[in-house]
Design a protein around this ligand. Structure first.
Ligand SMILES: [Zn+2]
Length: 98
């Protein structure tokens, strides 16, 4: 019986080590910060064209938008950030607009 108990305990220890391993932190799927193409906002993402820029993932509707983005990423990111201030049609970046 002692031997079985030792195996049982070893299993618990192994389970604890497994739970403490940083597996949950590894290999996070790339989720784009934008819901529509960052270059052509009226287009939806194609679901396979992504670019990582400054630690963030941006999605695109097509490869040609990636080329445009790479030429001037800050332009599109700035525009995207500005559009994020609008929630349900209410923009907070315009003065006097409540
Ligand atoms: Zn596109």
């Amino acid at each position: 019986m002692m031997k079985l108990k030792r195996i049982f305990l070893a299993g618990i220890v192994a389970g604890v080590v497994f739970n403490m391993s940083p597996m949950g932190m590894a290999a996070q799927p790339s989720v784009p910060v934008n819901a529509t193409c960052i270059v052509t906002p009226r287009e939806k993402l194609d679901g396979k064209t992504f670019v990582k820029y400054h630690g963030k993932t941006y999605g695109f509707c097509c490869k040609s938008c990636v080329k445009k983005f790479r030429k001037n990423p800050e332009k599109y990111i700035t525009r995207f950030a500005a559009s994020q201030n609008c929630i349900a049609g209410v923009c907070t970046d315009k003065k006097g607009d409540v």
